[in-house]
Design a binder for this molecule. Structure first.
Ligand code: SAM
Length: 327
């Protein structure tokens, strides 16, 4: 069967689906956008495993979309994550999850057996006090490190370490993070991990920060912590032995001291949006056309194949680049 291509009015073809499986999380990161869903709203019902698998199947069979990412909330808090991965392993090329890593040492091997290909693990600091501050939690950093090692042992690789750069909080840890990635590579005996530096994205979940000891407290909104990514990229350029550009959102990869460092710099970046090839599905089963918009959600109300096809096509019609040139 000839597959149809899902292409929006801006010429962007959809190549991947990003499912938010839950809004529940075992951490409470100060900056979290929760994939564009409201963190504090009570959970009214989560998308079922059956619906997740069926959307993925239809997208794969009819539109040749074979790349899936699970996020949340914390996707490892879903009891049925293994079942979901198993349900789609036969028709997907690339199944990954982004996780905070707290539960990873428990599930890494099982998820790899089920068909998960790789993970991104959020790790913003290697210093316990900072990590606790950023995640509003205690005693989790050792569990996350253990989780990262388990994921490498289970070959959920290349494992990406997601570090959201926060001005005045963790910017001075890039070198230690590069060293940590090198240590992970050594442990796995090859190129196992990549450092991903992520620009802080504004979110309606951001509030004035409570308990920010060193920075004048309540009057600071999260955006005061936004690091300068133009400066960062200049610095990486000067240190890199090689630079590449990924097709996905034109992301830059720098090779620094033998470690791959990828930069996710979406804000005011028209090239980032112009190359966006993903549709998102919310934890309540609505298609979301952009992380930064929730005024044109498209609910999926049944597992009927035709319904899912039509809903995917409708969502694609609604897609617009959030940052775009006005000419
Ligand atoms: N709990 C999982 C985790 O920690 O990876 C999945 C959810 S989290 C929303 C997914 C990714 O979004 C994480 O890598 C996190 O660092 C990133 N993220 C969350 N809020 C962000 C923000 N305001 N700006 C940029 N990245 C953000």
């Amino acid at each position: 069967m000839d597959k149809e291509r899902l292409i929006d009015d801006y010429g962007r073809e959809i190549r991947s689906l990003r499912f938010s499986l839950t809004r529940r999380c075992n951490l409470n990161c100060i900056y979290c956008h929760s994939e564009g869903e409201k963190r504090e709203e009570s959970v009214t019902g989560e998308i079922s495993a059956e619906v997740v698998v069926e959307i993925a199947r239809v997208a794969s069979v009819y539109f040749d979309i074979r790349k899936i990412k699970f996020s949340g909330g914390e996707p490892l808090m879903r009891d049925d994550l293994v079942e979901i991965v198993q349900g789609m392993r036969d028709f997907e090329d690339d199944i990954s999850a982004t996780t905070n890593g707290v539960l990873l040492s428990k599930y890494a091997a099982e998820l790899a057996d089920a068909g998960l290909d790789r993970v991104n693990v959020s790790l913003d600091s290697l210093k316990e006090e900072r990590y606790d501050f950023i995640t509003s939690s205690r005693n989790n950093l050792p569990k996350v490190i253990e989780g990262i090692y388990s994921a490498i042992d289970a070959r959920l690789t290349p494992l990406k370490l997601n570090m959201v750069l926060l001005k005045g909080i963790n910017e001075d840890e890039i070198v230690s993070m590069v060293d940590f990635v090198r240590e992970c590579n050594k442990r796995g005996g090859g190129e196992m991990a990549i450092l991903q530096l992520i620009e802080l994205i504004p979110s309606f979940n951001h509030k004035p920060l409570q308990g920010s000891r060193d920075r004048g407290a309540e009057s600071h909104t999260m955006l005061n912590y936004k690091a300068d990514f133009y400066e960062l990229e200049d610095e990486l350029k000067s240190k890199a032995s090689a630079i590449k550009t990924r097709e996905l959102q034109r992301r830059k990869k720098y090779f620094v001291d033998g470690v791959e460092v990828e930069v996710v710099h979406p804000i005011d970046n028209t090239a980032f949006c112009a190359n966006c090839s993903r549709l998102r599905i919310t934890s309540e089963g609505k298609i979301k056309t952009c992380l930064l918009r929730d005024d044109n959600l498209v609910p999926i109300e049944s597992v009927d194949e035709k319904h899912i096809i039509n809903r995917l096509k409708l969502a694609v019609k609604y897609r617009e680049p959030f940052f775009h040139t006005s000419t």
